[in-house]
Write a protein that binds this ligand. Structure first.
Ligand code: BGP
Length: 489
C-alpha cells in the first residue's frame, strides 16, 4: 500500500543557519588570517542599485592593507559569536534546535590558505563550538566555504580562478573531516555556489580587474569549474574518512516565472531556471547539462578543463541538495515595459503584481518555495534541505525591551506551511535551518539593521551597541513550531 506523508518526518532537522564571516567577529584574533569578506567596504543604501553586487578591486585591497583607505568593514566585527557562542548556543537549545548550520572560516584553520600545517588555535575554537552543540544534542551542519576565501590566496593566485586552490581546499577539508569525524555528519561544500556569476569576488575571491581581456562571465565559469572539481574531490574524501558522512551542494534558488504566458516569456523563464539549476545539475548528475553547450558557444565561453575532470565530476556526486530560498522572480522578454525589482543573483527581474516585497525589494513568495521544492525533487530525486530562508526586516525595540516581529512570524509560517505541502506531495525534505536565528551582519549590504533573527542583538549599522541579546516574539513562536514538529504554526 502506498503511504502518503502527512507532515514533517520524525527526525526533521529544525534549526538555524549562520556564516562565520557574518557572526564571529574577532577577525584578527586566534591567529586568523584575513579573508575576502574582511575587506568588503560598507556601501550606504543610497549608493546601492537594485542588483548591487559586491565588487572589490585589487587596487582597493592594496590600499586598504596599506591603511590608505579605511572604510568600515562591519563583517570583521560580526556579532561577536567568537566570544559569545556559549550564550548563543544555549539560546538555540532553548528554542529546541535539532540542527545548527555554521561555516568554518578557512583562514582560522589555514591563515594564508596554503600554510604547511593548520592552526591549532583556530581548530580549538571550533572544537569548543562543536562540544557545546553536542552538549545539547544539536546536529552541526557545516559549510566549508561561505564567502571566506583567505585573502592571501586572492592576492597570490586570484582566488578560485586558479586551479591551485583545488588541492589547498582539499587539504583544508581533509583536516576538518579527520578532526570532526565523530562530531559532524552533514557537510556543505560551497555556499550558494551560483554567487560566482553575480560577484566572483564574493563567491570565489576572484579579482576581475586582474583579467582585463576576459568577460566577467568567462572568468566566473572558469572559477566555478574549479569549485565543481574541488567539491567532487572533497565529497570523495569525506566518504573515505567517514562512510556515514553526508555531503551536499548549495544553491541560491528562486523560481523564475514568466511574467505572462507569451511563449517568449515562458522560454526566457525556463532559460533562467536552467542557468540557475545547472549548478546543481553538475553536482547531482556529475556532468554539465547539454543546454550549457549552446550557451557557452553563443557567449564565447571556453572552460579550460584538465584530463580527468569529467570523470571526477561523474564519480563523486553529492548526497543531498541544499538551497537558500528568499524570493521568486519574474522575467519578461520586453522587460522595459515593466517595473524593475531586485532579482536573485541575476541581472534583472520585473515586478510580479501578485507579490509583496520586503523592505529591500525582495519579492515574498511562500508558494514559490513549494514550486521550487517539487521541481528540484523531480529533477534530482535526492534529499533536499532548505538551509536558508527568512525575512530581513527592520525591528523596533519597545520601551520594555520587547520586539513584536509579527511580520517575521508571518513570513516564516507561510513558508513552513508550503514546505509541509511539498512534503505531503512526496518531496524528501530533511531539514529547515532559518537564516540568521540571531541577528547578524547582512551579506549583501553589510548592514546590521537588516535583521533576520529570533534573537535581537543590540548593535547598530555604525557598530555601536552593547551586543546584548534579547528574545523577539518569534523566539517563542519558533520554539513551539519545533516542539510540535511543524504542526502548530
Ligand atoms: C544568502 C547568503 C547569506 C545571507 C543571506 C541573506 O545569500 O548565503 O550569507 O546573508 O543570503 O542575505 P542578506 O544578508 O544580503 O540579506
Amino acid at each position: 500500500m502506498t503511504t502518503v506523508q502527512t507532515g514533517f518526518p520524525k527526525n526533521f532537522l529544525w534549526g538555524g543557519a549562520t556564516a562565520a564571516n557574518q557572526v564571529e567577529g574577532a577577525y584578527n584574533v586566534g591567529g586568523k588570517g584575513l579573508t575576502t569578506a574582511d575587506m568588503v567596504p560598507f556601501v550606504p543604501k543610497e549608493k546601492r542599485g537594485l542588483n548591487f553586487a559586491i565588487d572589490v578591486t585589487s587596487d582597493y585591497i592594496e590600499k586598504a592593507l596599506n591603511g590608505e583607505v579605511d572604510d568600515r568593514y562591519p563583517k570583521r566585527d560580526g556579532v561577536d559569536f567568537y566570544h559569545r557562542y556559549e550564550e548563543d548556543i544555549a539560546l538555540f537549545a532553548e528554542m529546541g534546535f535539532k540542527a545548527f548550520r555554521l561555516s568554518i572560516n578557512w583562514a582560522r584553520i589555514f591563515p594564508n590558505g596554503d600554510d604547511a600545517a593548520p592552526s591549532l588555535e583556530g581548530l580549538e575554537f571550533y572544537d569548543r563550538v562543536f562540544n557545546e552543540l553536542e552538549k545539547y544534542g544539536i546536529e552541526p551542519i557545516v559549510t566549508l566555504s561561505h564567502y571566506e576565501t583567505p585573502l592571501a590566496l586572492t592576492r597570490k593566485y586570484n582566488g578560485w580562478y586558479s586551479r591551485e586552490l583545488i588541492p589547498l581546499f582539499v587539504k583544508y577539508a581533509e583536516t576538518l573531516f579527520n578532526r570532526y569525524r565523530d562530531q559532524v555528519t552533514y557537510w556543505i561544500t560551497f555556499n550558494e555556489i551560483n554567487m560566482m556569476g553575480h560577484s566572483p569576488y564574493t563567491g570565489g575571491g576572484v579579482l576581475v580587474d586582474k583579467l582585463p581581456n576576459q568577460t566577467k562571465e568567462q572568468i566566473a565559469y572558469q572559477a566555478l569549474h574549479h569549485q565543481f572539481v574541488a567539491s567532487a574531490l572533497v565529497t570523495k574524501l569525506a566518504h573515505e574518512i567517514n562512510p556515514d558522512a553526508k555531503v551536499g551542494c548549495m544553491l541560491a534558488r528562486g523560481q523564475t516565472y514568466p511574467v505572462t504566458n507569451n511563449p517568449e516569456d515562458v522560454l526566457l523563464a525556463q532559460h533562467y531556471n536552467d542557468l540557475n539549476l545547472f549548478h546543481t545539475d553538475v553536482h547531482v548528475h556529475g556532468e554539465y547539462p547539454s543546454f550549457m553547450n549552446r550557451y557557452f558557444a553563443e557567449n564565447n565561453i571556453v572552460i579550460q578543463k584538465e584530463i580527468g575532470d569529467d570523470e571526477i565530476l561523474k564519480q563523486y556526486p553529492v548526497d543531498y541538495v541544499s538551497l537558500s530560498y528568499y524570493m521568486s522572480k519574474s522575467v519578461a522578454s520586453n522587460s522595459e515595459d515593466y517595473e524593475q525589482v531586485s532579482g536573485n543573483l541575476t541581472t534583472y527581474a520585473v515586478k510580479n503584481k501578485y507579490l509583496d516585497t520586503s523592505d529591500w525589494g525582495w519579492q515574498i513568495d511562500p508558494k514559490g518555495l513549494r514550486i521550487t521544492l517539487r521541481d528540484m525533487y523531480n529533477r534530482y530525486r535526492k534529499p533536499l534541505f532548505v538551509v536558508e530562508n527568512g525575512l530581513g526586516a527592520y525591528d523596533t525595540v519597545e520601551e520594555d525591551g520587547s520586539i513584536h516581529d509579527t511580520y517575521r512570524i508571518d513570513y516564516l509560517k507561510k513558508h513552513i506551511e508550503q514546505m509541509k505541502e511539498a512534503v505531503k506531495e512526496g518531496v524528501d525534505l530533511i531539514g529547515y535551518t532559518a537564516w540568521g536565528p540571531i541577528d547578524l551582519i547582512s551579506m549583501s549590504t553589510s548592514e546590521m539593521s537588516k535583521r533576520y533573527g529570533f534573537i535581537y542583538v543590540d548593535q547598530d549599522d555604525e557598530g555601536n551597541g552593547t551586543l546584548n541579546r534579547f528574545k523577539k516574539d518569534s523566539f517563542e513562536w519558533y520554539k513551539q513550531v519545533i516542539a510540535t514538529n511543524g504542526e502548530e504554526l
